[in-house]
Ligand binder design. Structure first.
Ligand code: FIX
Ligand code: ZN
Length: 415
């Protein structure tokens, strides 16, 4: 019988050797130009760190936003890394990135770090970061209504096969009646009345953009107040456009539930909040549409237990990731432990949500450590209960968590 000591290195080796399929990021390939973010100044001006700096300095919002990015980065470095210990998860992330790149952490010299990035070519840097982080595929967030992104797609960019597309439709679900004009501007005659012509036009929009992008799934983030079903525009668009198209195309519909946008608009991207949602709405959408595939992650820690239970109840629901405010070591550990206990090997513990390429280096480094820690405990418990744990079982479980489960869910027929 294997001991905890003999199982632990198997887990460590499998976690390190298995390439990740990162199923939700905000990363883009080099030929997406300004959308590809990388390097020390982008890392430092990540919205998580902007929030922490404005809090630490109490700088007036308008003064912060009036600064050019370089000066914002200087302030963030000075405040969070020089004047204080960089002990928060987002700060530690920058430290891990610099460390993984082999930069001198004792020097603490921002200009030296800037010099390192100066001569790097973005396309080469993608190769470097994916190699060091051992990530094989990253799933982008693609919004055809975004004024920067749309023209890029319309030029039929050459595709980097490592960057997969996802059709993100927040405005299409939550932006009525205003979104009708945006759709009209793109040649889709969808009016706020949502009559049968409008719904057909929304379906045409979805199909056209799924084709253009080669989208793997259709995704939305939803507020904690989201209800399903409800006599409102959101339910109508879901039931009569999104779900039929997803069914026909055998694509999952991913719901990220629990975000309250612009709770403090002064903080811009850093100003979104969260609240607990009623996940009976999630259960109802899965139950009412058994021929659709769904993916779900939730923002409130308090919702994670209910999400894992929903995953047990509905085979058409794929549970994934520790999103944003729960992407912290203590919460990843708690959530992953609970999910393994309720769902066994059949979910995806983590996605990175990286916005800046270099963040793959820390987000996966940190998550691999925690998922590995939990798995060691779980396999040790199993061995202590009398099961003959083998290296193949460990390898297979890790492969499922880091890539295979998601790939299988994508290829599975919706029934
Ligand atoms: O809606 C989302 O995809 C969120 O992940 C982002 O909007 C959020 O700003 C973020 O970066 C979280 O990590
Ligand atoms: Zn995201």
């Amino acid at each position: 019988m294997q001991s905890a000591e003999s199982i632990a290195p198997w887990v460590d080796e499998a976690m390190a050797a298995t390439p990740v399929y990162d199923l939700h990021t905000h990363l883009y390939p080099a030929n997406f130009g300004p959308m590809m973010l990388w390097g020390i100044d982008e890392l430092l001006t990540y919205h998580y760190l902007i929030g922490e700096t404005i809090r630490a300095t109490a700088i007036p919002y308008e003064r912060f936003w009036a600064m050019p990015q370089l000066r914002q980065a200087n302030l963030i470095w000075q405040t969070l890394f020089v004047e204080h210990a960089p002990i928060s998860e987002a700060c530690r992330g920058v430290v891990t990135v610099l460390n993984r790149l082999g930069l001198d952490l004792n020097a603490k010299n921002l200009d030296d770090y800037r010099a390192y990035f100066r001569d790097i070519k973005p396309a080469d840097y993608i190769d470097t970061v994916l190699r060091i982080s051992n990530v094989k595929s990253v799933v982008m967030t693609n919004d055809p209504l975004d004024a920067t992104e749309r023209p890029i797609w319309l030029k039929n960019p050459e595709r980097d096969p490592r960057f997969k597309a996802v059709l993100r439709i927040d405005p299409l679900l939550l932006g009525w009646p205003g979104v009708a004009d945006a759709l009209g501007g793109m040649g889709y005659k969808a009016r706020a009345d949502l009559g049968s012509t409008s719904l057909a036009e929304i379906r045409r929009f979805l199909n056209d953009w799924i084709d253009r992008m080669g989208a793997l799934y259709v995704a939305v983030s939803l507020p904690p107040t989201w209800k399903y079903p409800q006599a409102d525009v959101t339910t109508k668009v879901i039931d009569e456009a999104i779900l039929p198209v997803c069914r026909e195309r055998n694509l999952p519909f991913a719901m990220m539930i629990g975000v309250t946008r612009r709770a403090n608009p002064e903080l811009r991207l850093a100003g979104d909040s969260l609240a607990q949602a009623d996940l009976s709405n999630l259960e109802r959408i899965c139950a009412a549409n058994p021929k659709n595939k769904f993916m779900c992650t939730v923002l409130a820690r308090e919702n994670h237990h209910a999400l894992a239970v929903a995953g047990r109840l509905f085979p058409n629901l794929f549970v994934f990731g520790c999103w944003w405010y729960v992407n912290n070591p203590s919460l990843i550990e708690e959530i992953t432990r609970m999910r393994i206990e309720l769902l066994g090997p059949s979910f995806t513990p983590q996605h990175s949500d990286a916005r800046i390429l270099d963040q793959l280096l820390y987000k996966w480094d940190h998550s691999r450590q925690i998922i590995g820690k939990v798995l060691k405990d779980k396999f040790a418990d199993l061995a202590a209960s009398g099961w003959n744990v083998t290296r193949e079982q460990v390898d297979g479980t890790v492969k499922g968590y880091l890539s295979g489960n998601f790939e299988q869910f994508l290829s599975r027929n919706s029934g």
